[in-house]
Design a protein around this ligand. Structure first.
Ligand SMILES: [Zn+2]
Length: 133
């Protein structure tokens, strides 16, 4: 490669780190040894990217659906009306839990929270069922 060409390639790849360039070389060499053309390599990489994006989109949609289902079960925050979540407190009554609270209610939007000595096993079980299946 001539000095001028070397500089042009360097400029073209200046957005990549040294490690990324090395990785690119390894990928390209492996493909070349396997008889894979540049077009086939580009297609393969693009297909992987597309599948990855679709998979992430699907996961986000599933998470949004689950959140919606869970929020239907929950009471509303007395301060702002958003979903009022509950979590169990497993620390037994003692120095770490002076009042023997069994549950912690908290708002999904504001900082409002409440503690309760009651447990809500049916509600937490229904939420778990939606989230875990
Ligand atoms: Zn609130």
């Amino acid at each position: 490669m001539e000095e001028k060409d070397y500089e042009i390639v360097g400029l073209l790849l200046s957005g990549f780190s040294f490690k990324q360039i090395q990785l690119g070389r390894d990928v390209w060499q492996t493909a070349e040894v396997g008889g894979v053309s540049l077009e086939e390599l580009k297609d393969y990489i693009q297909t992987k990217i597309d599948k990855d994006i679709a998979g992430r989109q699907e996961m986000l949609e599933m998470a949004a659906k689950q959140k919606e289902e869970v929020e239907k079960l929950l009471p509303r925050c007395p301060e702002c009306g958003s979903a009022f979540y509950v979590r169990s407190i497993t620390i037994p009554e003692g120095p770490g839990n002076l009042y023997g609270y069994k549950s912690h209610w908290f708002c999904s939007s504001c900082i409002y929270e409440e503690y309760s000595v009651d447990e809500f096993p049916e509600l937490t079980e229904r939420i778990k069922k939606i989230l875990v299946g």
